[in-house]
Every structure is written in structure tokens, then in C-alpha cells.
Design a protein around this ligand. Structure first.
Ligand SMILES: Cc1ncc(COP(=O)(O)O)c(C=O)c1O
Length: 384
């Protein structure tokens, strides 16, 4: 492989001494600073004697983390509301639509999306939604024309992954947003498998919603999802999935009707997961400091090398070959995925597998080239 000058900051990730961590599509390694951050949370918690916790730190924290995520998504400050997880972020958006109000009741999604996507839209059928799940001929990608053809004058929302969890296939966000808007439809992209490894341009794409979370490529803890809402659209929505934190004056504890906050906080529900916010901050800071352009470049360089290695060995790839059509993961077909994951783990190579995907292998900025080469070499010996 060619040389890279990226700052890997390996000493800041204690997990990396345990083996070769290639699991950033699933569970990122914890930064050392996250331990300090969580301890700072415990420390502050011990000293809170009442509701002062809200005033002194907790209330602002959601916004601080939200703005950190917004920068990674290519959005402006005030465009992201932290959510309990990506599924709730999606359900919040679903709860904004009244499918029976107009003739626009169609939601377009795809077979390559994470299951929550289909489950949540399927559940909206009872409320009048018509759902089109666009199929994939090869289980890896869907041609852009096929996606665009599904978006018509009855479509209210196009909701799909920017990068697929099962093939790493990446869609052309700008083309989809442009076409959907021309047809009068909104666009939601699940960027869970993109944010932190692929450069995103929420504002430039003019995309309406983005959802995701921090536990994978962003090196944060669990239960810290996020929802980006296009700033000029925010006040047009009244999510039915709501709660007191979404109120314009939450500490008034007023009776209904709900008076939604005039900021992105109108997409909140109840008490935020404060420990999750503390756990997410250090990872966001590291990703931003290393730099998304450098991380994305590094990801392309290594995944290209891995793909060439796989093809030289005659393996079947379940991932697009072209780097602009792919995220940071390479999927390789193996006969018995779970058994291979176990055998690799015995050799201290940590990857996972999914049905119809095969092995999922993800180099991130903290992995050395030697690690990536060693992991692929071990896999070659095991496949033989
Ligand atoms: C692309 C994608 N979307 C959504 C999810 C689920 O996220 P959550 O558990 O936060 O709802 C995952 C995670 O595993 C994912 O890979």
C-alpha cells in the first residue's frame, strides 16, 4: 500500500491493543477520553443536589453534541436534534406525516436499508401510507434510474440509506434530492454508515432529513442517535412522537395543546440520555480533529487495496467496486459467515457478518496499514 500521513491517534484507543479492530460499521472502539468524560459525568452527578443539573450542564449538552454532529454532516448549527437512537429519529419523522390528508401518501424505500426502515414504514400503512420497497437485482446496489423511477407525484417521502449496512453501496444523494424535490417529495437519508467515514454535505445537497447515531464510525457510546432537519423546513413539522422537551417553554409544564419549540428541539421527546451524550463527545472531537477529508481519503485508499486483494484471490465481493459508489466497509462472501467470524476472532481479527452480506470488514483511520494487510492475509489462509 502507498504511504499515508494521517494522524491515527492510536494511543487514544485502549481497545486497539486487544487485536485488529475492523468493526467500525458496528461498534467503534472507545476513546480514552470517553472514560474521562463518563467519569466527569458521574462526578457532576454526585454533586447535583436537585434540578441544578439541568441548568448547569444537562440542558445545553444536547445542543452541544447536536452541533458537533451537524458539522460532521455538513449542516449548520441548530440543524440536529439528538435522539435516543436512529430508529426513534425515523419514527419521529414518520410521525410528521398525515398520509390521509392529501393524495401524496407514498413512501419510497429500498430493500438494502436497515430493517428498522421497513418496519417503521410498514407500520404506517395502517395510517394510510403506501410503501414501495425498491428491490435490488444483485443484492448489492440499485441503479440510480430505478430509484428515480419509483419517485412520482404521489410520493411524499423518499427514505433510504446513504450507505447500505449490508453491501456498503452508496447512493448519489444530490441526484436523488434534486429529482425528489422536482416531484414535490421530501428526502430522508440514513447516514449511520456514512457519517464519520464519508464526507457529507447536508446543506449543499439540500436534503430534508438525515438520521444516524454515534456508536459506529463516530467512536461514541450507545443510545445517542441524531436527526438532522433542513433548517428552513423545521417549523413546518409537528411530530406526533413528542414530549415535554419539545415544548417551546418546557419548564412551564403547560397543558395541551402542544406549543412546539421554534428550534430543532421541536423534534425532541423526553429527558435526553445524558450519559450517552457524555460518551459521544470525545469521539466527535477526535473525528473532527483528524479531519473528514483525510479520513475519507484513507478509507478509499485501504478499501481499494482490500478489493484488489479480494479479487486477486478470486473471492466474491458483495460491495460495489467503484469507490464513489461505496462506503467504508468491504463485504466478502464466505461459506459460513458466523464460523469465519469466530475463527478470525481467535486470531484477534475482529469483524462481523450479516445475512446476504457475508463478512463486513471496515478499516478506519486508527487502523495501521500493517493491520489491514495482516487481517486480509489471515483471512486468505482461513479461506484456503
Ligand atoms: C444503516 C443503519 N441504520 C440504522 C441502524 C439502527 O440504529 P439504531 O439502533 O440506533 O436504531 C443501524 C445499525 O445498526 C444501521 O447500520
Amino acid at each position: 500500500m502507498t504511504e499515508s500521513t494521517i494522524n491515527r491517534r492510536r494511543d487514544e484507543f485502549p481497545t486497539l491493543v486487544s487485536g485488529i479492530h475492523l468493526l467500525s460499521h458496528s461498534l467503534g472502539p472507545v476513546p480514552l477520553a470517553a472514560r474521562e468524560s463518563m467519569l466527569a459525568y458521574c462526578d457532576a452527578w454526585e454533586h447535583h443536589t436537585g434540578e441544578d443539573a439541568w441548568a448547569t450542564s444537562w440542558w445545553e449538552l444536547s445542543q452541544l453534541v447536536g452541533d458537533g454532529v451537524a458539522r460532521i454532516l455538513g449542516g449548520e448549527a441548530g440543524s440536529v436534534q439528538i435522539q435516543p437512537n436512529a430508529s426513534i429519529a425515523l419514527a419521529s419523522v414518520a410521525s410528521c406525516f398525515d398520509f390521509k390528508a392529501t393524495g401524496r401518501n407514498k413512501v419510497v424505500t429500498t430493500v438494502l436499508d436497515f430493517p428498522s426502515m421497513e418496519y417503521i414504514w410498514d407500520a404506517q400503512k395502517e395510517l394510510g401510507a403506501v410503501v414501495e420497497v425498491v428491490p435490488s437485482a444483485d443484492g448489492v446496489s440499485i441503479p440510480l434510474e430505478r430509484l428515480l423511477a419509483a419517485i412520482d407525484e404521489r410520493t411524499c417521502l423518499v427514505a433510504l440509506s446513504h450507505t447500505s449496512y449490508r453491501s456498503s453501496s452508496r447512493i448519489d444523494a444530490r441526484a436523488i434530492v434534486e429529482h425528489a424535490h422536482a416531484k414535490g417529495a421530501l428526502v430522508l437519508l440514513d447516514v449511520y454508515q456514512s457519517a464519520g467515514v464519508v464526507e457529507l454535505e447536508a446543506a449543499n445537497w439540500n436534503v430534508d432529513f438525515l438520521i444516524g447515531g454515534t456508536i459506529k464510525w463516530l467512536c461514541g457510546g450507545p443510545a445517542c442517535g441524531y436527526l438532522y432537519v433542513r433548517p428552513d423546513l423545521q417549523r413546518a413539522f409537528k411530530p406526533r412522537l413528542t414530549g415535554w422537551v419539545a415544548h417551546e417553554a418546557p419548564f412551564d409544564f403547560a397543558h395541551a395543546p402542544m406549543r412546539y419549540a421554534r428550534s430543532v428541539r421541536r423534534f425532541a421527546q423526553g429527558t435526553p440520555s445524558i450519559p450517552a451524550l457524555y460518551s459521544a463527545l470525545p469521539g466527535l472531537e477526535i473525528i473532527e480533529a483528524v479531519g473528514l477529508a483525510a479520513i475519507a481519503r484513507e478509507s478509499r485508499r485501504r478499501t481499494e487495496w482490500m478489493i484488489a486483494f479480494a479479487l486477486e484471490h478470486g473471492w466474491t465481493l458483495n460491495t460495489p467496486r467503484k469507490s464513489n459508489e461505496r462506503g467504508g466497509t468491504v463485504m466478502i462472501k464466505v461459506e459460513n459467515g458466523p464460523a469465519m467470524v469466530e475463527r478470525l476472532a481467535e486470531k484477534k481479527v475482529f469483524v462481523d457478518c450479516r445475512p446476504n452480506a457475508g463478512l463486513r470488514i471496515s478499516p478506519h483511520f486508527f487502523n495501521s496499514d500493517e493491520e489491514v494487510e495482516e487481517a486480509m492475509g489471515i483471512l486468505a489462509k482461513l479461506i484456503r
